[in-house]
Design a protein around this ligand. Structure first.
Ligand code: NAP
Length: 245
């Protein structure tokens, strides 16, 4: 493993992950929406030791562009063996409650685009009988809460989809990793007050790289979110519906 396609490469978590891979001399292909940021990140990754860095712009919701992007990534990397899907938006829950169109847009960005990308990537890696697909889902997908259930349901869709994809890909030697971070201090969460449970993108990135090396299936990052979410899932619905979370 040493040739990674990174989708949503301008995300703080993806960039921190790419830095670790660059220091290990990987070949990288980046996609994102902002060409200037991509160019700056690519330059930085080359200086950090990446064997090669190429990039292109990609709007994740432009499903018709996915196959061409994957063909370009394969050409630039001489066939990628690892794909990280990291893009996402933290939905405005209140606005989504009064606008189905906005809710649909959020679900499209956070879930349907991931289904399209991971399906197409899986087809390519299955034909090679090896590879790793890493997708950033979220602890928010483990249970719907009134404060963010539009974002949560999109991540839940991703988590369930990946569970099925993992089973399907196992016989092809393709590993599918679901990453479930808790609270991470990134531009996505800039408006939130930070506390004890918060992590830095660098520590989540280290967890992602370790999960790739160890061929993990589902990782909570940091690890303590696994017992926290187990407890959250165990609360009976009769009690849960009365809580303000
Ligand atoms: N931060 C957290 O607490 C947290 C917790 C759990 C899971 N996650 C997940 O971690 C992943 C990375 O997020 P982050 O925390 O690193 O946030 P971030 O730095 O704000 O990155 C989000 C990225 O998604 C990209 N993006 C959004 N919509 C897109 C679209 N339609 N097409 C292409 N790119 C798009 C953004 O690109 P632009 O710069 O062009 O807008 C940005 O690069 C996301 O999937 C997020 O849901 C984050």
């Amino acid at each position: 493993m040493s040739r990674a396609l990174i989708i949503g490469a301008t995300s703080a978590i993806a960039e921190a992950t790419a830095r670790i891979l660059a220091q290990r001399g990987w070949h990288l292909y980046l996609t994102g929406r902002d060409p200037q940021r991509l160019e700056a990140i690519a330059l930085d990754l080359k200086l950090r030791g990446a064997a090669s860095v190429n990039f292109q712009t990609l709007e994740a919701n432009d499903f018709a562009a996915h196959d061409l992007m994957l063909a370009r990534a394969d050409a630039a990397l001489h066939y990628f063996d690892t794909a990280l899907i990291a893009h996402g938006t933290l939905s405005d829950q209140i606005a989504c409650e009064s606008s189905f169109e906005l809710a649909l847009q959020e679900i499209t960005t956070n879930a349907l685009s991931v289904v399209s990308l991971s399906s197409r990537i899986a087809t390519r890696l299955a034909a090679r009988h090896s590879g790793t697909i890493v997708v950033i889902s979220s602890v928010a997908g483990d249970r719907g809460r009134q404060s963010n259930y539009v974002y949560g349901c999109a991540k839940s869709l991703v988590t369930t989809f990946l569970s099925g994809l993992r089973q399907r890909m196992h016989k092809y030697g393709v590993n599918v990793i679901t990453v479930k971070p808790g609270f991470v201090d990134t531009p996505m969460t800039a408006a939130f007050a930070k506390g004890l449970l918060w992590s830095k993108p660098e520590s989540v990135a280290a967890g992602i790289v370790s999960a790739i090396a160890r061929k993990r299936d589902v990782v909570y990052l940091p690890f303590f979110w696994r017992p926290i979410m187990l407890m959250v899932r165990l609360v009976p619905e009769r009690v849960f519906k009365r809580l303000t979370l």
